[in-house]
Design a binder for this molecule. Structure first.
Ligand SMILES: Cc1cc2nc3c(=O)[nH]c(=O)nc-3n(C[C@H](O)[C@H](O)[C@H](O)COP(=O)(O)OP(=O)(O)OC[C@H]3O[C@@H](n4cnc5c(N)ncnc54)[C@H](O)[C@@H]3O)c2cc1C
Length: 428
């Protein structure tokens, strides 16, 4: 989804974005080798085995700390959507030595093709600019594939307790005391909430979700299905049907699968959580679209898990409290409209581990982490809010303006961008 967002951002605000894109790439920092300067070992409990939690566990384990990872899901999630991965997370993956394995997961995307509701082709925009702007430091993969790669790196090193969540948290001067849903208690030096946009650690330690959530006006659904035989195996293309107030994106993958994404404008900031209700809502909203959509809607009724949530941001005054810290979507979710959430989750986790290694006093290290990441996070969140009205425009006129601007992105490929990077995008 990120590319679609990036392309639209170019088109809607192309001059401003281009101006940023044309800044020279910063000199790369000397690589930081985890483990060469470890302080005394800490006991760290991480809630959430997503991209942020798994990355942090990997970094801290390499530094010699004792880590326990928990996740409320019964197993690693395999559901998901396609991710455009570049910028700070790409750099963090490089520092962690993961790039060769990310290249194996990479499923190249070549085009976004816009279709009419009956499947007739309207226009195509190429993907090549993004690759040029990132100097090829860019991958596409499924979110679940990245999580599997990270968890394989932890096998035998960090225990992951699935089906478990934090029930209560109490902090005193020297430790955080946590009770888990499996009725075990743990005293740790540091508690990390990496448990996503609906974070439980955040609720228990910082306050209710409604104090921090900002709704951006649309709902999104995503799932991975078996490709219907009638849909050509033309992978590498995002097929997009965009109508006032809603859009469907279909992306054939390798291995006979297809990634399906739906988004629609909705004034209501609450959302369905029961799979049956989600499926019937999608059937009502998108059932009148032609092409392969009816077949895909039928297929998602056959037992596959469908991700469904609102596009919302989490905006907090503070991400840390004593020895409790939040990382990733739990504290700075920019929503799918901002893009780069996976990239920021990985870079943020890496930066947190780096600050914990540099500074022995835990609360001081957490403050440094927050000061370091905030400017980047606030910039991404602002981009997401600016873009909100253009993602699924509700009027036909605004859709037409957006499409016109999108077509203009093709001109970017004619510009001499080869010596520049996308918005200094790897610094963190
Ligand atoms: C449709 C869509 C498209 C996207 N496209 C892109 C893209 O192209 N590029 C990009 O960089 N980003 C993209 N993102 C954003 C990206 O997926 C997220 O920002 C990223 O996954 C955040 O990682 P995280 O680890 O912070 O949180 P999550 O990935 O949400 O992981 C949180 C983990 O915590 C667990 N958990 C939840 N509640 C609890 C609890 N109570 N107790 C214990 N564990 C719990 C969950 O099971 C999960 O494993 C997209 C997001 C969406 C929805």
């Amino acid at each position: 989804m990120g590319y679609y967002g990036v392309a639209m951002k170019y088109s809607v605000r192309e001059l401003r974005t281009l101006q940023v894109a044309l800044r020279p790439h910063p000199a790369e920092d000397a690589p930081w080798h985890i483990g060469c300067n470890s302080p005394a070992s800490m006991r760290v409990l991480i809630s959430g085995a997503g991209i942020a939690g798994l990355t942090l566990a990997l970094c801290l384990q390499r530094q010699g700390h004792e880590v326990l990872l928990i996740d409320k899901m019964p197993r690693l999630r395999s559901d998901g959507y396609m991710i455009d991965f570049f910028g700070p997370g790409y750099r963090a993956a490089e520092l962690l030595g993961l790039l060769p394995r990310l290249q194996v997961l990479h499923q190249p995307v070549t085009h976004t093709t816009f279709l009419a509701r009956d499947g007739a082709q309207r226009f195509t925009i190429p993907y090549s600019q993004l690759r040029t702007l990132t100097r090829g430091r860019f991958c596409n993969f499924l979110r679940g594939d990245l999580e599997r790669l990270l968890s394989e790196s932890l096998t035998g090193r960090v225990p992951i307790r699935f089906g478990t969540e934090v029930m209560s948290v109490k902090e005193d001067r020297g430790a955080v005391h946590v009770m888990l849903s499996d009725i075990t208690t743990h005293s740790c030096d540091l508690l990390v909430g990496a448990d996503g946009v609906h974070s439980r650690v955040r609720t228990l330690s910082f306050g209710p979700e409604q104090s921090f959530r900002r709704y951006l006006g649309c709902h999104a659904a995503a799932c991975i299905l078996e490709r219907p035989p009638s849909l050509s195996a033309q992978d590498g293309t995002y097929f997009t049907i965009s109508l006032p107030g809603r859009q469907a994106v279909i992306h054939p993958l390798r291995d006979g699968q297809v990634a399906v994404f739906f988004a629609h404008a909705d004034p209501c900031s609450t959302y369905e959580t029961v799979q049956f209700a989600i499926r019937s809502k999608l059937a009502k909203r998108y059932g009148d679209l032609g092409w392969h959509i009816p077949e895909l809607l039928r297929r998602q009724s056959e037992g596959s898990y469908v991700y469904y949530d609102t596009a919302s941001q989490i905006i907090m005054q503070a991400w840390t409290r004593g020895r409790i810290v939040l990382v990733g979507d739990a504290c700075w979710c920019g929503s799918l409209l901002a893009g780069q959430g996976a990239s920021l989750a990985m870079a943020g986790a890496y930066a947190l581990s780096e600050e914990l290694e540099r500074e022995r006093d835990i609360p001081a290290a957490l403050s440094r982490y927050e000061r370091r990441l905030r400017p980047l996070v606030e910039l991404k969140q602002k981009e997401g809010r600016d873009f909100a009205g253009w993602f699924v425009p509700e009027s036909a006129l605004k859709c037409a303006a957006r499409d016109l601007a999108l077509r203009m992105t093709s001109f970017l490929s004619a510009l001499p961008l080869h010596n520049y990077s996308l918005a200094n995008s790897e610094a963190f």
